[in-house]
Every structure is written in C-alpha cells, then in structure tokens.
Design a protein around this ligand. Structure first.
Ligand SMILES: Nc1ncnc2c1ncn2[C@@H]1O[C@H](COP(=O)(O)OP(=O)(O)OP(=O)(O)O)[C@@H](O)[C@H]1O
Ligand SMILES: [Mg+2]
Length: 249
C-alpha cells in the first residue's frame, strides 16, 4: 500500500542551540517516520521544537546528531549544493513569511521552482497548475505583484508554488494563520487532496485543533520530544490534548 511508504524518516534526531551556559536542547532523540499520501499535523506549545523539527526534516538546518533519511540517503551528510537541489525537487514550502519574490508576478512566483531547477513544465503540468490556481481563487491576479495582494492572497500564492512541482513532501508552518475560516478550510482541503491524489506527504505545523482535525495523524511535541502520536480525530479531542499538555508543563 502506498500509504505506508516513508517520505522521510529520522533516527535519533537531536538539536542543541548555543553552547556552554546558554545551551537549549530543542529536540531530543526524535525517531519518526513521515508517510507518503498522508497529512501529518504537528502540535505543541510555543518553543516545544515544532519549527526546529520541520527545518531539520527539510534540510534547512543541520542536527547536532542523528539522521534524516530520504530513501537510502541521509541528507545530514549532503553538502549545501546537493541539499539545495534536493529541496528544489523534493520539497514544497508554505511558511508564514511567504518568501514570495517582490519583483515577480504571481504567475512567475508560482513557476519559480521550475526556473530555479532549469526545468520547463509541459502543457499538461501547466494545465494542472492553472487548475490549482483557480481553486485557490488566484486566476484574476496572475499579473499582479505580491505587494498588490492581501496577506491571505500571498499565502495562497505560496501554496500554489509549493504544489506546482508536485514534491514528495510539503511543509506548511501555520498555513491558515492569516486566512478567514472559509478560505482556511479550502487550503486544508487542497493539502488533503494533495496527499490523496498525488501521494504527497504533507507536514502541517499548527496551533489550531480545527486545522489539525483535517490531518490523518497528529503528533504532539513537548519540550523537544514526541509525547503523543494519534490517528485522525476531532477538534474537541485535540484541544483537550493541547490543554493537558499545557497543564503538564
Ligand atoms: N536559532 C536559534 N538559536 C537558539 N535557540 C533557538 C533557535 N531557534 C529556536 N531556538 C529555541 O529552540 C526551542 C524550540 O524552538 P522552535 O522554534 O522549534 O519552537 P516552536 O515549537 O516552533 O515554537 P512556536 O510555536 O512558538 O513557533 C525554543 O526554546 C527556542 O527558543
Ligand atoms: Mg515555530
């Protein structure tokens, strides 16, 4: 079954920031498999290590020890050039700071991953991308530049760009944070459908139990360790788990 295929997997992943008296252990020996074709949410209190874990999974930062496996390649051993190549082909990002290029139009921003990779999308891919753009309500804005869009519209451009290369993995850090609830639900449904239709793994960091209720699996991080790992459940169960964690601390 494709659902059990590992998109990425970690072994003894540890991250310590700083040194001497100012050391912060952000992650402690995390062993984790993120599966393809599933939406995995990561929840946990502020400062618990969610962004750190996501950055290490995406090869944006290096662990203090441990491994991050893409198939049989431990990416912690790759040099910067090969890491950049991996991110361009295998990973889509939807981050809170959207990283849109201000001088490019919406369409140019969406197609940027192809330009950077020196690849020309074929007709079928372009059609597919325009369908996603339409679903995101961006069709009439293709010639605008990011400063001519609202925050929520910029966020949707970042989502279209992350989907465009159909990466193995999509990382989204609070992707619905700037959106009204209806648009936010649309974005979550699009991320869900990426997992169903294209076998992609989506990793969603969120504080919002309603958003996490769209996930197939929810991981809770506290103080740098995974403390709960549950299958899809409803928002009220998830918010109770969030509250319990806050009390435990
Ligand atoms: N570059 C850094 N240098 C030093 N400490 C850092 C750095 N980045 C993160 N930390 C620390 O590591 C811990 C985990 O941070 P991280 O950003 O992963 O938390 P988070 O779960 O994403 O929190 P939030 O919900 O607030 O985004 C925190 O104690 C944080 O202060
Ligand atoms: Mg964070």
């Amino acid at each position: 079954m494709s659902g059990s295929r590992a998109a990425v997997r970690t072994e003894g992943l540890r991250k310590v920031y700083g040194s001497g008296g100012t050391e912060v252990t952000a992650l402690r020996e995390v062993n984790l498999v993120i599966e393809s074709a599933r939406l995995t949410a990561i929840m946990g209190p502020s400062g618990s290590g969610k962004s750190t874990l996501m950055h290490l999974l995406a090869g944006l930062d290096r662990p203090s020890s441990g491994a991050v496996w893409y198939d049989d390649v431990d990416i912690t051993g790759l040099d910067d050039r090969r890491l950049t190549a991996l991110r361009r082909t295998e990973i889509g990002f939807v981050f809170q700071a959207f990283n849109l290029v201000p001088t490019l139009t919406v369409l140019e921003n969406v197609l940027l991953p192809f330009d950077l990779g020196g690849v020309t999308p074929d007709r079928a891919r372009l059609d597919w991308i325009h369908e996603r753009i339409a679903e995101l309500g961006l069709t009439t804005m293709l010639e605008r530049r990011p400063h001519q869009l609202s925050g929520g519209q910029q966020q949707r451009v970042a989502i279209a760009r992350a989907l465009a290369i159909r990466p193995r993995l999509i990382f989204a850090d609070e992707p619905t944070g700037n959106l009204d609830s209806r648009t936010g639900r649309g974005v979550l449904e699009m991320l869900e459908s990426a997992t169903r239709v294209h076998d992609q793994a989506v990793v969603l960091v969120t504080h919002d139990p309603v958003a996490a209720a769209h996930a197939d699996r929810v991981l809770f991080i506290s103080d740098g360790a995974i403390v709960h790992d549950v299958e899809r459940t409803d928002a009220s169960t998830l918010s109770e788990m969030v509250l319990d964690l806050a009390v435990d601390r």
